[in-house]
Design a protein around this ligand. Structure first.
Ligand SMILES: [Ca+2]
Ligand SMILES: [Ca+2]
Length: 122
């Protein structure tokens, strides 16, 4: 009798956990997306991992956005404690085009006037 009661409570707790997990994912899928460093993504909105992406480990030095991600980034996740500055030109030349705040994410660069432009960062 006592054993049966324990099993029932366990099943209820499991359901509650599953529901919470689903709802949290739907509400902010991006927030739960693992990046772990600074990530640029080819596409915007909730499609962070649906296209090409590139990981960076910002350390204050300039890094060029190489290959197919050059002039292609449309969203980002910044899981670092640094402000990451993106430049339209290679080698961090010219004006800063976009600043990613520490521990932030942006699902669409379009409203920042910086869609498909990033060529370097630091
Ligand atoms: Ca793009
Ligand atoms: Ca560019």
């Amino acid at each position: 009798m006592k054993r049966k009661t324990t099993l029932t409570v366990g099943a209820v707790l499991l359901s509650a956990a599953a529901l919470f997990g689903t709802s949290a994912t739907a509400q902010a899928s991006s927030a739960a997306t693992p990046c772990g460093t600074f990530c640029l993504f080819q596409h915007d909105e909730h499609n962070f991992w649906g296209g090409k992406y590139m990981l960076f480990w910002p350390d204050g030095t300039c890094q060029n956005v190489e290959g197919p991600m050059n002039n292609s980034a449309s969203s980002m996740i910044n899981d670092t404690g640094r402000s990451v500055r993106l430049y339209n030109s290679a080698n961090c030349a010219g004006a800063v085009g976009y600043t990613a705040k520490p521990n932030s994410e942006d699902e669409d660069f379009s409203n920042n006037g910086f869609d498909n432009k990033a060529s370097s960062l630091r």
